[in-house]
Design a protein around this ligand. Structure first.
Ligand code: NAP
Length: 300
C-alpha cells in the first residue's frame, strides 16, 4: 500500500500532523504501537493546554483521535521496525510505501532500576497513576521524581490514597512552579528532599515500603507504603531510526521546519531534540512537519 504520508505515532504531534495533511487532501496512514492519544490517556488532567483548561487527558485524547478520524485518517496498531528508502516496515511483517514520513513517536518512561523492581511491576510498582491509582485507595504510596509528571500524578492520587510521600534527589523540584505550589499546599503530600531510592522493602512477597538513601549522609531509612509510582523521566522512542539522524541521547535531530537530514522525512513532538516538551509544542511541531511535507510532495 502506498500513502502520501505515513505518520509514526498517534500522540498529539502525530495526530496534529495527520489533521493538517488530511486537510490538504493527502492520503495518510498513522501507525501507533501502544496508545491512541500517546500519553494523554495516562494523564488525569491537563491544566496548561490553551483554550481547554482543566480538561481530562482521556477526553483530550478522544478529541484528537476523533478529529483525525472524521477527516479520514487511517490509524492502525503496529510497531515500526525500520524505515528504508521511504518504506515503513512493521514487526508483523507488513510494510507501507510513503512519499513522506513524519516520525512522532514520543518518549517512553524510564523504569526503576532497583533489585527485584521488575518483578513487582503491577504488584506494587506502577508507571500509570490514572490506570492503577484506585488499587491504592486509602493506602500510603510513594512517588519518585520531582518533574511535571510526578507532581501532576501526585495531585491526582491525593484524592484517592491515604498519603503520598514524594522522594526527590535534589533540594528543589524540576516541575513548573504552579504545580510545586499546589503539591506543597496539599496536606496529604509529604516531600522528602535529597534522597534516592535504595531498595524495596518486602514482606510476604508484598511491597511494604521503600528504602531510601540520604544523598549527603548515606543514611538509609524506610518510607512505609503499599505502592510506588516512579516518574523519573523518559527516553525517546527512536530505536528503529538510523543513528546518524539522532543526537547522543537518542533524540531526533530536526531543523525549524521539522526536517531531518533525509528529504521527505520529518520529526515532531517529544522525540525530537528540543527544550520544551508540552502538548501544545507537540501540536506545533506536528503542524509544521505536515505543512513542510505538503510543500515537499508538491515538488516530488
Ligand atoms: P523530567 O522532567 O525529566 O523529571 C524527572 C524527575 O525524576 C526529576 O525530578 C529527576 O531529578 C528525577 N530523576 C531522574 N532520574 C532519577 C533517578 N534515577 N532516581 C530518582 N530520581 C530521578 O521527567 P517528566 O516529569 O517525566 O517529564 C518529561 C518531559 O515532559 C518534561 O519535559 C516535562 O516538562 C514534560 N511534561 C510536561 C507536562 C506538563 O506541562 N503538563 C506534564 C508531564 C510532562 P532531577 O531534577 O534531579 O534530574
Amino acid at each position: 500500500m502506498k500513502y502520501d504520508v505515513v505518520i509514526i505515532g498517534a500522540g498529539p504531534a502525530g495526530l496534529s500532523a495527520s489533521i493538517y495533511a488530511l486537510r490538504a487532501n493527502l492520503s495518510v496512514l498513522v501507525v501507533e504501537k501502544e496508545s491512541f492519544g500517546g500519553k494523554l490517556p495516562k494523564t488525569y488532567q491537563i491544566d496548561n493546554y490553551p483554550g481547554l483548561a482543566n480538561i481530562k487527558g482521556m477526553e483530550l485524547a478522544d478529541n484528537f483521535v476523533n478529529q483525525a478520524k472524521d477527516l479520514g485518517a487511517q490509524i492502525i496498531v503496529g510497531e515500526v521496525e525500520k524505515i528504508e528508502n521511504k518504506v515503513v516496515y512493521l514487526s508483523d511483517g507488513t510494510n507501507y510505501d510513503a512519499r513522506a514520513i513524519i516520525i512522532a513517536t514520543g518518549t517512553k518512561e524510564k523504569t526503576l532500576a532497583l533489585p527485584n523492581s521488575e518483578k513487582y511491576v503491577g504488584r506494587g510498582i506502577s508507571y500509570c497513576a490514572v490506570c492503577d491509582g484506585f488499587f491504592y485507595r486509602n493506602k500510603p504510596v510513594v512517588i519518585i521524581g520531582g518533574g511535571n509528571s510526578a507532581l501532576e500524578e501526585a495531585l491526582f492520587l491525593a484524592s484517592i490514597v491515604e498519603k503520598i510521600t514524594i522522594i526527590i534527589r535534589r533540594d528543589e523540584f524540576r516541575a513548573d512552579k504552579s504545580l510545586v505550589q499546589k503539591v506543597l499546599e496539599n496536606p496529604k503530600i509529604e516531600v522528602i528532599y535529597k534522597h534516592l531510592p535504595e531498595s524495596l522493602a518486602i514482606e510476604d512477597d508484598k511491597i511494604v515500603g521503600l528504602n531510601i538513601k540520604n544523598v549527603e549522609t548515606g543514611e538509609i531509612s524506610t518510607v512505609p507504603c503499599k505502592g510506588i509510582f516512579p516518574y523519573i523521566g523518559a527516553n525517546p522512542e527512536t530505536n528503529f531510526i538510523s543513528k546518524d539522524l539522532l543526537n547522543e541521547n537518542g533524540y531526533l535531530l530536526v531543523n525549524e521546519n521539522m526536517e531531518t537530514k533525509v528529504p521527505g522525512i520529518y520529526g515532531a513532538g517529544d522525540c525530537i531534540e528540543k527544550d520544551l516538551r508540552q502538548i501544545v509544542t507537540a501540536c506545533n511541531d506536528g503542524a509544521i512537519a505536515a505543512n513542510n511535507a505538503i510543500k515537499y510532495l508538491k515538488n516530488n
